[in-house]
Design a protein around this ligand. Structure first.
Ligand SMILES: NC(=O)c1ccc[n+]([C@@H]2O[C@H](COP(=O)([O-])OP(=O)(O)OC[C@H]3O[C@@H](n4cnc5c(N)ncnc54)[C@H](OP(=O)(O)O)[C@@H]3O)[C@@H](O)[C@H]2O)c1
Length: 295
């Protein structure tokens, strides 16, 4: 099969298309023919500094067909999805209906289960609550806006100025990162995947009893903020850990996306051989939502 293989950590150029042996599914695994693979910031981090075993094939999210039954599936939390074939544990594959395209299914995976875990399960977002999403243009941010809107929250969101029209089109009130109104939003829940550039404003934006959830930092992870903003409002900051791939959560997300009540945003689809370009675009902040690779 063809796969994007890396033999060392480094820049996007370490991602190269190669011919490799087909994966052989072990006990409890199924072989999936990949139609679409989602590119995540996690992959970018792995490529740049975290991968430890080589040769490595990146990619946690995909959608395609099972080689055994021909059934269509979403795959998330797997390894090696930047490929024509991937062997995955049955626990990491979810059946999808014909109404859900492969690209949309692949876009749900890590971003939507992370957003759901963060803002719904950990922060307890409820209908009618006020939600602030920093970097709504990021994959997890876009998913957070989408889930918040679908659950009936009032959603406020930030992004680079050139992306604000697209943020508003998601159904959120859009703000530039440095808009002074953001710190006064009194949000019940804040989702912050950015870090140093936004964190002080995220804390300032909390309502009394508010919850700030962070999945990590695309920017500088060393943050500072006025602790009295937290103390005075009895607010909490929650690090989300590694978002689980819970069966019931993915089934719910698939059902909501199939009914178009959730609408993952796909910035562009690229052929598998352009995986390096996908990483370059993400690192250059030229993406809104997801990049999908097509084998
Ligand atoms: N804990 C978990 O389970 C989990 C799961 C998924 C992701 N994460 C982490 O969550 C973070 C977000 O992931 P993601 O996949 O949503 O990110 P992403 O899609 O790659 O987000 C990229 C966007 O973030 C915005 N951004 C703001 N400040 C930035 C900066 N200093 N450098 C680069 N981009 C910046 C840019 O949009 P603008 O141009 O609009 O600013 C950029 O287009 C990452 O740190 C990732 O590792 C954790």
């Amino acid at each position: 099969m063809r796969a994007v293989v890396m033999h060392e950590t480094g820049g996007p150029e370490v991602l190269r298309l190669e011919e490799v042996p087909d994966p052989e599914p072990g006990p409890g695994e199924t072989l999936v023919r990949v139609e679409a693979a989602g590119v995540n910031h996690y992959d970018v981090n792995e490529r740049a500094r975290e991968a430890s075993r080589f040769p490595a094939i990146l990619g946690r999210d995909a959608a395609g067909t099972r080689a055994d039954t021909g059934g269509r599936v979403l795959v998330t939390g797997a390894r090696g999805c930047y490929a024509e074939l991937v062997a995955v544990s049955e626990e990491r594959a979810w059946a999808i209906p014909d109404s859900l395209s492969a690209a949309t299914a692949a876009a749900i995976g890590v971003p939507y289960r992370t957003a759901w875990w963060a803002i719904v399960e950990l922060a307890g977002l409820a209908e009618g609550a006020r939600l602030l999403v920093q970097a709504a243009s990021s994959a997890t941010g876009q998913a957070s806006v989408d889930i918040g809107r679908a659950l009936g929250a009032t959603v406020f969101a930030t992004a680079s100025t050139g992306k604000l029209d697209r943020v508003a089109a998601l159904g959120a009130e859009a703000f530039a990162y440095d808009d002074p109104r953001v710190g006064g939003l009194e949000a019940d829940v804040v989702f912050d995947p950015v870090g140093a550039e936004t964190f002080a404003t995220s804390v300032a934006a909390l309502a009394r009893g508010g919850r700030l959830v962070t999945p990590g930092a695309v920017g500088d992870p060393t943050v500072s903020f006025d602790v009295w903003n937290l103390v005075d409002r009895q607010a909490r900051i929650i690090g989300i850990g590694s978002a689980p791939a819970a069966r019931a959560t993915l089934e719910r997300l698939i059902a909501l996306a199939s009914d178009r009540r959730l609408r993952p945003v796909i910035d562009r689809e690229l052929p598998l051989e352009q995986a390096a370009e996908a990483h370059r675009l993400i690192e250059a902040r030229e993406v809104f939502g997801k990049v999908i690779l097509r084998p």
